[in-house]
Design a protein around this ligand. Structure first.
Ligand SMILES: [Fe+2]
Ligand SMILES: [Fe+2]
Length: 148
């Protein structure tokens, strides 16, 4: 049986690795590589947020009737994280090493706190309540394993 926690936590790990590679590239002032890695980080992170906001969260909200619960908090944090990601991109574009590392640290810490809440609370709850909705989730989220 496909696991929501495994799939979505795996996307967190993948984004973390790209972020770390980007920091390394910035540390060695390899700006073309840093730019490429930032673009990958941005694309993957925004895709993951969409997977949650348009796939996982609506199904969770429908099933539990909790519209103003944890998913609303997570949506609010996504908005803040999108802003930080944008600022990080501007720092990369201007090749400002201090700004990239400073904004990057703020972004990454906030992202880790956000991810922990999802991994420890939301995803396990979703795995419990959405066992009958995994096929629908697979239709909304690219790459989510359909069927079992
Ligand atoms: Fe999230
Ligand atoms: Fe997430």
């Amino acid at each position: 049986m496909a696991s929501i926690a495994d799939f979505f936590s795996g996307q967190h790990r993948a984004c973390d690795l790209v972020f770390e590679d980007m920091e390394d590239a910035v540390g060695s002032a390899d700006w073309p590589r840093a730019t490429e890695l930032y673009q990958q980080l941005s694309r993957d992170t925004l895709q993951h947020f969409s997977n949650e906001e348009e796939g996982l969260f609506p199904l969770f909200e429908d099933k539990t009737g909790m519209q103003a619960g944890p998913t609303q908090v997570m949506r609010g944090e996504h908005a803040e994280l999108r802003e930080l990601l944008q600022r990080l991109g501007e720092a990369v574009e201007s090749r400002d090493q201090d700004a990239v590392l400073g904004t990057g640290e703020t972004f990454f810490l906030f992202l880790q706190q956000h991810n922990v809440k999802e991994e420890q609370v939301l995803y396990p709850m979703a795995d419990q309540v959405l066992q009958d909705s995994l096929g629908e989730l697979a239709q909304r989220v690219a790459g989510f394993p359909a069927g079992d």
